[in-house]
Design a protein around this ligand. Structure first.
Ligand code: SAJ
Length: 427
């Protein structure tokens, strides 16, 4: 069902704004996509997506070609405005709402009575009501009277955005019930999942709670790596067996937690409720310290090797994405470099290059220790015999249980999987 709102202005054409604008444009809306980055607009105008995400290129092309997705460096009058801008965390661990403020002020001159404004960006509880609302009211219009205002947090998983944007259940929190109903008109035109209506602050909390739950669950798995190392057992096996219980579902350990969501959103709770967030803070600390654990593993395995060269496989924040934001791999690499290690880096997916990368063979050449930090599909296909001929020492650390360790030990690699006993290379 297409709502009576025919024109939608989407402010921010990043990981969420671009897919949202494109989906709306292919569902009968006339959409103006707004971004301040000229390079982004230039590439989109030719139908080229600046974001690597399965299926997005085809969708953007279709949206632009149909004429339903127009691009602009400033907002235009519309029936509804969707704000999808970043809400990073500042160095003092408080939310940086400057992008939300700028987006809000940017649409103020175009607001008309009866308009709807939806904030999709993840933000601390109270932001829509106490921060965005006063900005929008600079227009002279009153939220809840002449303006509908709602928070509809995005919930899509990078790597599966286009599937999840349509299939996931959505939460819509209105500044008043009429605002939630108004926003539902838009989302029900393309969302196949259920749409739950609530108030704006509840919706903000729900979103942060989801990511905080995941962060704490991963922290538990990461803490188990230390316990299992000391107990001399395999953490992956312990978790797998525990998960056979019908009410246990522990996530996977790894070199830490990255991306622009999980390492950020729990701070929005800690910032607002410092006295009642001990567990949440502890989870953050465990996950933030995981790159140090990896660094210590590398130091232990390469002890005695003169001037060791370490080869890092994978620098993105997780498997099969190009995004390196808040990647725990980068922290581990910094620790190695600060300690004087020569480091070769290879990543077949990274689209941002915070550090110089090498082709696979160069990165492996004369290496003393291979360290898998991301479980990209490509790494599973590596042939240990071939790799063995390129390296200087056959040492392997796998922080994601990405490789077939039996094969690598048979090929002579002494192997340490995170949270598992060391295996000596055969022969
Ligand atoms: N990770 C682990 N172990 C696991 C799962 C993940 O170490 O078992 C690590 C990943 O390697 C990565 C980090 O956690 O470094 C985050 O990855 P992710 O796949 O868990 O999540 P994101 O950040 O890509 O997307 C999350 C999702 N939130 C939830 O699943 C609750 C997504 O649905 C949200 O829309 C997104 O945050 C967001 O934008 O908030």
């Amino acid at each position: 069902m297409v709502s009576l709102i025919g024109e939608i202005c989407v402010v921010g054409l990043g990981y969420i704004g671009l897919p949202t604008a494109s989906v709306l444009a292919t569902h009968g809306y006339r959409v103006v996509g707004v971004d301040t980055d000229e390079a982004v607009l230039g590439s989109l105008e030719t139908g080229k997506s600046h974001i690597a995400e399965p299926g997005l290129q085809t969708l953007v092309e279709a949206a632009v070609k149909s004429g339903n997705l127009q691009l602009s460096d400033r907002p235009q009058p519309a029936g509804a405005f969707i704000i999808a801008v970043p809400t990073p965390v500042r160095a003092d661990r408080h939310a940086d709402l400057s992008y939300v403020a700028r987006a809000g002020r940017g649409i103020v001159p175009y607001l008309r009575p009866g308009n709807l404004v939806v904030l999709e960006s993840t933000c601390p509880p109270g932001t829509t009501r106490d921060f965005l609302r006063p900005i929008l009211e600079e227009s002279g219009l009153r939220c809840g009277h002449d303006l509908y205002v709602a928070h509809c947090p995005e919930r899509v998983l990078p790597g599966r955005i286009l599937k999840e944007i349509v299939e996931n259940n959505r939460i819509i929190g209105g500044i008043d019930p009429a605002s939630a109903e108004k926003a539902k008109e838009i989302y029900e035109s393309f969302v196949g999942g259920q749409i739950h209506l609530t108030d704006a602050t509840t919706a903000e909390l729900v979103k942060i709670v989801e990511n905080t739950f995941r962060d704490i669950n991963i922290a538990f798995a990461n803490e188990l790596t230390g316990i299992c190392d000391q107990a001399g057992v395999d953490v992956w096996n312990v978790i797998w067996l525990a998960n056979q219980h019908p009410r246990v579902n522990i996530l996977q350990p790894g070199p830490g937690v990255g991306g622009h969501c999980l390492p950020v959103d729990p701070w929005f709770l800690i910032e607002r409720f410092p006295e009642t967030t001990r567990l949440i803070r502890a989870g953050r600390e465990v996950n933030d310290s995981q790159p140090y654990r990896v660094f210590e593993m590398i130091r232990a395995l390469t002890r005695g090797v003169p001037d060791p060269k370490v080869t890092i496989l994978g620098i993105t924040y997780k498997a099969n994405v190009g995004d390196t934001r808040e990647s725990p791999a980068l922290r581990a690499i910094q620790l190695l470099q600060a300690d004087g290690y020569t480091v070769g880096l290879h990543d077949p997916h990274a689209t941002q290059f915070p550090l110089p990368l090498s082709p696979l063979e160069d990165a492996l050449s004369a290496s003393d220790c291979i360290v898998v930090l991301v479980d990209h599909a490509e790494f599973r296909k590596l042939d240990p015999e071939r790799v063995g001929r390129l390296v200087r020492s056959r040492l392997l650390i796998d922080t994601r249980k990405a490789l077939d360790v039996e094969r690598w030990t048979r090929a002579g690699f002494t192997t340490k999987v995170l949270g598992s006993p060391l295996r000596d290379g055969a022969g």
